[in-house]
Each structure stands twice: as structure tokens, then as C-alpha cells.
Design a protein around this ligand. Structure first.
Ligand code: MG
Length: 345
């Protein structure tokens, strides 16, 4: 794992600890304004010891897991598929076996590249027939956050109109914004309020500079629509994505105007709690004969899928060697204090 990548996921752990401590908001905000460094260290140690407690990950094949769980939550990119129509070997067969066995299946994705019905349709085209109801995306959480920001409950500042943002991401991601009544201003314009939204790392030197300029304004807000820091490419290499760009912007926007604390940052998706609330609601005990389901999250990323599963109270399986280099696994786990229940691959 890259150094910045590790630092980002460590920062997420600190935010989650702050969230569970305060329970003041359903969404996670950068804790620069609410926690001292020493407090952060204590909280970080707490989640680390909790995550390592009694964890002795077993190396398994997917078939070993089928009878152990009632519900299977899948990450999308890097786990089932990748760009275009690329599907990982064995993924379709695994999915079909679970459907045949009558298991509950969910797609839990940090994609904010379009609305859920389109993401579900795209997954179906690749051979994974998730319904819209079985799809929970990072972008779908924006509506609730926007409602909170418009009502003023999500931060100490005044309520926002939030009709416009400065946006860096895919063109289709504007559908996620439009679904919330938000327009992305053109790349050479400024939004009426200092709000920047990021859903991919498709920045240019010009858009990056403008985003920093906006985020240095008093009361500025950074909306991280996809919290993934790094992602695997089809050729096996890895690249920085939305979470990495957002972290660079967050750091570069630190300035005196905001009391040296930088912009307020709101993160959507895994590993943060809000997405898991939505997943849990979609898996009521009534679907499982009145008993709580045994749920597992299967993904390729330690800092989102595995950490997120721990936040949700689900078991987890990590696909090693895609977004998590096998040779760095032990070191990364020790740094973040996170281990899955199983390794696959
Ligand atoms: Mg992934």
C-alpha cells in the first residue's frame, strides 16, 4: 500500500472512532475540528485492538463460504469486475451458485458514477443481475447528506442552499448530483457557495487549482462521493482514485481563513457507518426466518471493505492480490490494525 493510501485509511479509522464516540451525525466529517491529536491516538488504538481481537484469518476458497452465510455483500470494482466489460475469472460462476442457493445478495459499491438503477443495470450487463433494491452505492447516500446540510444539522455553520457545486468526476456522475437538485458548474466557473464534490480523480492542473481556491474560502465544504483511495486496473497495476485526490485537496486547502483547520470534509460510502445502516435495513430478520442473518462482505480493499465490514458488524473476506498487494499484506494490516476473517486468493 502506498504511504498516502495508508494515511487516508488511518484517517478514516479516526473519523469512524469520532463518529461512534459522538453519534452526533449520521455522516462522517473530518475530525480536524473536533478531536485533539492525543485523543485521536487513543481512539485509533482502541479500534486497532478491537479489530485484531481474536482474528486469525483463514485462507479459503469461495466454495467454503457458501454454507456459512445467509447474505453475501459484494464490492464491485476489483472484486467482481473492472472497467468496461472485464469480469474477474470465476466471479460469474460464484454469483450464479449463490443465486441458485437462494442467498441474499447485495452490491455495496463506492461508485458515484451514476444513480443506483444505472449501476445495477451495468452490473447486470456484466452477468451479475443485482436489482436496484440489491444495490447500495456511495452516491445514493448523497441525498440524505444534502438534506442535512440544507437544514444545517450536519455542521456548526449555517444551512446551505446547495444548488451548485464545483465537481470533478465522470460526466455521468452529474446524474447523482441532479438527483439531489444540484448542478455542477462549468470547470471555469465558481459555485454560489464554496462547495467541491469529487467522485473520481479526473482532475487537470486547472480544475485542481480552482478546487483548492474554492476550498480555501471560509466555510468551504468538500464532498467525497467515493472514498476509495486506490483502485486496481485490469492489467494488475493500481492507481490513485477519488479518495486520494480528495485528500490532496483537503491538505492543500488548509489555510488561515478557516482557522487553520481547512474545509469541512464529508465522506460517503464504505467504510463509514451510513452505508451499512442502509444495508442492514435491506436485510431484515424477516427474510431469514426471524433470526439475525449471518452476513459476509467480500471485497478487494482492506481500508474500505474489510474495515467497513467491521464497522457494520459483518464478517469479511479479502481478495488478496488485486487492490491489496500480497507482499505488503502483513505490514498494511499491522499499520491499520485491520484483519479480515478470511483471505481468498
Ligand atoms: Mg473494489
Amino acid at each position: 500500500m502506498e504511504l498516502l493510501e495508508r494515511e487516508i485509511y488511518k484517517h478514516y479509522i479516526e473519523i469512524i472512532q469520532g463518529h461512534s464516540e459522538s453519534r452526533a451525525s449520521r455522516h462522517s466529517e473530518s475530525c480536524a475540528s473536533c478531536h485533539s491529536e492525543s485523543r485521536r491516538d487513543e481512539e485509533s488504538s482502541a479500534i486497532q485492538s478491537q479489530c485484531f481481537e481474536d482474528r486469525h484469518p483463514q485462507r479459503v476458497s469461495f466454495a467454503d463460504l457458501i454454507d456459512r452465510y445467509d447474505a453475501f455483500c459484494f464490492d464491485g470494482y476489483g472484486t467482481l469486475y473492472n472497467r468496461g466489460d472485464f469480469v474477474y475469472p470465476g466471479a460469474r460462476e460464484m454469483f450464479a451458485a449463490l443465486r441458485k442457493a437462494g442467498k441474499q445478495l447485495r452490491l455495496i459499491t463506492n461508485a458515484a458514477s451514476d444513480v443506483d438503477c444505472v449501476l445495477a443495470r451495468d452490473a447486470a450487463k456484466r452477468g451479475f443481475d443485482f436489482s436496484e433494491e440489491e444495490t447500495v452505492s456511495s452516491g445514493s447516500l448523497l441525498k440524505d447528506l444534502v438534506a442535512d446540510l440544507r437544514s444545517g444539522v450536519s455542521r456548526n455553520g449555517p444551512a446551505l442552499r446547495l444548488r451548485e457545486v464545483y465537481y470533478i468526476g465522470r460526466e455521468t456522475g452529474k446524474n447523482v448530483l441532479a438527483d439531489c437538485g444540484i448542478t455542477a458548474v462549468s470547470p471555469d466557473a465558481y459555485p454560489e457557495e464554496p462547495v467541491v464534490a469529487i467522485s473520481s480523480a479526473k482532475d487537470t492542473p486547472e480544475t485542481y487549482a480552482r478546487a483548492v481556491e474554492i476550498l480555501r474560502r471560509p466555510g468551504a465544504i468538500l464532498l467525497v462521493l467515493n472514498s476509495d483511495a486506490w483502485a486496481p486496473k485490469i492489467d494488475g497495476s493500481r492507481e490513485p482514485v477519488s479518495g486520494a485526490l480528495s485528500e490532496r485537496l483537503r491538505r492543500d486547502s488548509m489555510c488561515e481563513a478557516n482557522g487553520g483547520k481547512g474545509c469541512s470534509t464529508f465522506y460517503l460510502g464504505k467504510p463509514f457507518p451510513a452505508i451499512w445502516e442502509k444495508v442492514r435495513v435491506s436485510l431484515p430478520s424477516s427474510l431469514f426466518g426471524g433470526r439475525p442473518p449471518r452476513v459476509i462482505m467480500i471485497g478487494d480493499t482492506l481500508g474500505t471493505d474489510v474495515l467497513g465490514a467491521r464497522v457494520a458488524g459483518f464478517d469479511s473476506a479479502l481478495l488478496v492480490g488485486r487492490n491489496q498487494p500480497a507482499s505488503e499484506l502483513a505490514e498494511d494490516e499491522a499499520f491499520l490494525g485491520i484483519q479480515p476473517d478470511y483471505y481468498i486468493g
